[in-house]
Write a protein that binds this ligand. Structure first.
Ligand code: SAM
Length: 212
């Protein structure tokens, strides 16, 4: 993703407390209070410019959604989408996924979405991959029992690595596609990266895995 410096991004995020969560550590154990309706919470990590999470919130009003993104200059574009969408079941959080257990209590999250996560192809950067075992442990620590991770990428190396990592962690592989757009999966909502890379002819890989 080409990042433009947006020095005003943090100020803009602060101007929309109704959409952007500011002190997530104070909400640990209380995330339902953030949304109008008490219902399951699904989070996307590395939400980018927000196309996926906004589409999911519009399509599934019975689920609450939280898009988590590290870069203020990126999530500020997601904020524009959220403002326009005007849906009560969607919020954003500018934070690092490495801190998830500071924000959520065990069982507060029903599902984690990872879409086109940075592949970090060098071996020495393995620990940064969002499907590395330490991240899988963090997700386990905030998910309900038998909670799920739904993962999409066009990066074959990251996909293969992740399937191995899920399997070594003991996760159940519930659904795997090596070509999502040619599969029978219904209701796919494309991310910005998915649209860009599939237009280039890249195959999209997708999996659903479950904690036991
Ligand atoms: N999911 C979007 C899509 O498919 O269009 C964006 C994909 S982009 C390659 C990966 C995004 O993950 C970037 O916006 C990056 O800033 C974010 N990211 C990477 N590591 C993160 C972390 N530890 N916590 C939160 N966001 C992270």
């Amino acid at each position: 993703m080409r990042l433009r410096n947006k020095p005003w991004a943090n100020d803009k995020l602060a101007q929309y407390p109704q959409y952007v969560i500011s002190s997530p550590e104070n909400l640990k154990g209380k995330w339902n209070s953030v949304f109008d309706t008490e219902q399951p919470l699904h989070i996307e990590i590395g939400t980018g410019r927000g196309r996926f999470i906004t589409g999911m919130a519009q399509a599934n009003p019975h689920i609450n959604y939280l898009g988590i993104e590290l870069m203020p200059s990126v999530i500020v574009t997601a904020l524009d989408r959220v403002i326009e969408a005007e849906v009560p079941n969607l919020k954003l959080l500018n934070a690092n996924a490495a801190d998830l257990t500071e924000f959520f209590a065990k069982g507060e999250v029903e599902r984690v979405y990872l879409n086109f996560s940075d592949p970090w192809p060098k071996n020495r950067h393995e620990k940064r991959r969002l499907t590395y075992k330490t991240f899988l442990k963090q997700y386990e620590d905030i998910l309900i029992d038998q909670g799920e991770i739904h993962f999409k990428t066009d990066n074959q190396g990251l996909f293969e690595y992740s399937l191995t990592s899920f399997s070594e962690y003991g996760l159940l592989l519930k659904w795997v596609s090596l070509d999502l757009h040619q599969s029978d999966f219904e209701g796919n909502i494309m991310t910005e990266y998915e649209e860009k890379f599939s237009q280039k002819g890249n195959r999209i890989y997708r999996s659903e895995v479950q904690y036991r």
